[in-house]
Design a protein around this ligand. Structure first.
Ligand code: SAH
Ligand code: SF4
Length: 395
């Protein structure tokens, strides 16, 4: 197979030459440099970063004029050189079950989807890391869309800020701090392969975890990867979040078909990298995601092989069974509920948690693996229409 494109090749620059710099998405050191380059005295730079950082990430302020602890002249100077911008929300669909699916537009007119899933004890935001994906997992809707580009760190953290805007979750200055957070967890399980956009994903998650901003604990952030083996140790060391792995098959033959990156790094190599993750990241368990596909990967033997893999490598694990979410044109069917339960039972009896993920937001096509930008869908149907028209003319 052809080698997948490596990370960062397609990220657009943060700003146009000579245009104002967007402060959203800059790490603290990068913001410091940017402020100095714009005339902030070196000695003051650290304090100014702290102040501006808190306005942006703690209070959700987007306008320099509201940064009342900065001198008026300095605010005006900042407004000339910088902007505080997040992606624009183009539409919002709310499912019967309360799941919200947002379509957001990023620079260049591209669009990505972001999903908010409210639960009793938490609210999870499913964030995208790329427009499309270089990989072509055969059961995934995003996989049918070519990679358009990587998202910048600002566009990734911007999805979180946009959701907080929509949920009305920024604190009002002076008001008591909210105890219960509507947006309490982040999963990098939207469109794209986060480990092929490593630096931007890392910078964005560092911002989200920063104690003087959005303040989400690394234990509440889960990064899901299809298995980019060389980046797994870096994820532990440089991000330190929870890891989920799109495992989905128990033999190389089947995994090659479902998750083609397996041809590059096979099951044994992947398991080896996973085994060192908990120690490197000081996290507890790895989540094995396993999509249940009727007659493909859902036999009792599969369940036993899965356990054997995990035990052989002594990986502390939880196995998340995902009923396949169908999408138009998909070549697979969801396993029956009885099959899924029997599979879960074998895993549970072997001593591992085996929750079955309840599909959320299916009525608005917001479930796992159903994301694909509406424009891309529209483009495709336009192409299809044209193709059909061509056929009609020729015929
Ligand atoms: N690219 C990353 C993260 C995005 S996909 C990855 O592959 O891990 C998030 C999860 O949804 C993955 O486990 C993916 O395998 C799963 N998924 C994709 N398509 C699906 C579908 N149609 N039904 C159920 N799960 C799906
Ligand atoms: Fe890309 Fe993940 Fe979908 Fe595979 S499952 S095509 S890696 S988004």
């Amino acid at each position: 197979m052809t080698a997948p494109i490596t990370q960062d090749v397609l990220t657009i620059p943060r700003t146009l030459p000579d245009g104002p710099v967007n402060l959203v998405g800059l790490t603290r050191p990068a913001m410091r440099e940017a402020l100095i380059a714009a005339g902030t005295p070196d000695k003051q730079a650290k304090m100014r970063v702290n102040q501006i950082w808190q306005w942006i990430y703690q209070w959700g302020v987007r306008d320099f004029s509201e940064m009342t602890n900065l001198a008026k002249a300095y605010r005006a100077q900042l407004a000339e050189k910088f902007v505080i911008e997040i992606p624009e929300m183009v539409s919002r669909l709310v499912s019967e079950d309360g799941t919200r699916k947002y379509l957001v537009r990023i620079a260049g007119g591209h669009e990505v989807e972001v999903v908010y899933i409210p639960e009793e004890d938490r609210g999870t935001l499913c964030v995208s890391s790329q427009v499309g994906c270089t990989l072509t997992c055969s059961f995934c809707h995003t996989g049918t869309q070519k990679l358009v580009r990587n998202l910048t760190a600002g566009e990734i953290v911007g999805q979180v800020m946009m959701a907080r805007d929509d949920l009305g979750e920024w604190p009002v200055p002076g008001a008591p701090k909210d105890e219960t957070r509507l947006l309490s967890n982040i999963v990098l399980m939207g469109m794209g392969e986060p480990l092929y956009n490593f630096d931007n994903v890392r910078d964005a998650m560092k911002i989200v975890m920063d104690p003087e901003g959005i303040q989400l604990s690394r234990r509440r952030i889960t990064l899901s990867t299809s298995g980019v083996v060389p980046e797994i140790a870096r994820t532990a060391e440089e991000i330190g979040c929870q890891l989920a792995i799109s495992f989905h098959a128990t033999t190389d033959e089947v995994r090659d078909r479902l998750v083609p990156i397996n041809k590059r790094w096979n099951i044994e190599e992947l398991l080896g990298a996973l085994a060192s993750y908990p120690k490197l990241s000081n996290s507890e368990r790895i989540t094995f995601e396993y999509v249940m596909l009727h007659g493909v990967n859902d036999s009792d033997d599969d369940a036993r092989r899965l356990i054997d893999h995990i035990k052989r490598h002594k990986i502390p694990a939880k196995i998340n069974l995902i009923p396949f979410n169908e999408w138009p044109g998909a070549q697979y069917k969801r396993s029956s509920n009885n099959r899924i339960r029997a599979f879960a039972d074998i895993i549970y009896k072997a001593g591992y948690a085996s929750p079955i993920r309840t599909p959320r937001g299916e009525d608005i096509m917001a479930a796992c693996g159903q994301l694909k930008s509406a424009t891309e869908r529209a483009r495709k149907s336009k192409r299809q229409i044209e193709a059909e028209a061509g056929l009609a003319q020729n015929g």
